[in-house]
Ligand binder design. Sequence first.
Ligand code: NAD
Ligand code: USQ
Length: 399
Amino acid sequence: MRVLVLGADGYLGWPTALHLSHRGHEVGVVDNFVRRQYDYELGTSSLVPIAHLQRRVRVWEEISGLNIDSFIGDLTDAAFVGETLRTFKPDAIVHFAEQRSAPYSMIDRSHAVYTQVNNVVGTLNLLYAIAEIDPSIHLVKLGTMGEYGTPNIDIEEGFIEITHRGRTDVLPFPKQPGSFYHLSKVHDSHNIMFACRIWGLRSTDLNQGIVYGQETDETDLHPDLATRFDYDGVFGTVLNRFCTQAVVGHPLTVYGSGGQTRGMLDIRDTLACVELAVTNPAEQGEFRVFNQFTESFSIRELADRVAEEFPGKVEIATGTPNPRVEKEEHYYRAAHTKLLDLGLVPHLLSRSTIASILSVVERNRDRIDMAAIAPAVNWRNTSAGTPVSDDARVGSRRS
Ligand code: NAD
Ligand code: USQ
């Protein structure tokens, strides 16, 4: 199939593009490099050095003999989106290209506005372009398990049957997201569902849990094919952060009591799930939702697992003041059978997985900036902030 991967310079987009190419699909990649610009803004960088997209694509072609087409531009630029779709003519689009950090979206008003405009407008431009150019294109959109929040009932895969005053209907599962970032994903889901209903588009919303790990079969082939690995207090996700903290002897930053429970998955399963969604497309007019995670863990359990696996001494700082506003003890049970039904064979969190993340960190420990580890953003901050102009986010506008 012809698959266009949006956000293909990022943590998940790049290894997904390689995987799909390796599996015989014709792949095109899109990015505006704004993720690299957030690093400049925050004074952080990926723990693992990453080559420029042009170099990555060249190295892949040299190693595999497979071509990847690159399109550099911003999804909030409707003309660029239309031009790219007309040129590449995809059968499917995998959409990773959003601002994805909850803390980044909570820095201040300016970052909340940026996150929602970037994510919601980019997706709307895409929906209009698909509707106008080729409504048969299957949109595989990365959403998040955090759209649901932590309700005191079982979470279903997208929809729930409700009987109310004697009448029954199947309705979207209630959403209680925990940041302006997570809210942007809810807005996207509503917009995509609406476009499928009114224009007959077809889409799969992948409500993905927290991803861990850095190595995949394809990225391991050459250092310049490596994907990024974030450990800082804004973009680092919890297990990748805990492994980094263990290596440098920093107490593991368990926010609050650590009873927060989340769905999680190995980076290799992200690739497999996306491929399953692409090769088993939604019907024309269908909006379907898959919960994309393989296991759930509390934050305390994750800290214990890292401490068990790390050969040295690890201090677990349970009770680190929680910078977020979230339930620290709650019920959590979420359905996740649809991808398993399509054939997903998960890589469950094992001692060897944790050991392999620890070894990625060990190999790059000289690059760790201790000052970047502390949680940097407080959910209670209501300041307007200094607007970060679009021009300052180099690459966020097409020249
Ligand atoms: P990332 O920030 O590493 O990658 C996103 C990429 O999209 C970046 O390269 C960025 O430059 C690009 N981008 C952003 N806005 C763009 C725009 N307007 N135009 C063009 N390119 C743009 O993020 P990631 O961790 O790879 O996550 C990818 C997707 O998966 C996101 O949508 C995220 O919400 C979702 N997701 C990630 C995780 C996780 O644990 N990393 C978990 C669940 C869902
Ligand atoms: N946490 C800690 N200590 C830390 C870091 C995080 O206790 O040092 C806690 C947080 O308070 C939270 C949980 O761990 O309760 C998860 O935090 P996270 O930063 O690992 O993940 P999150 O902010 O939820 O966001 C990440 C990705 C996002 C994706 C989401 C999936 O950045 O793109 O959408 O995971 S989900 O969590 O299912 O919504």
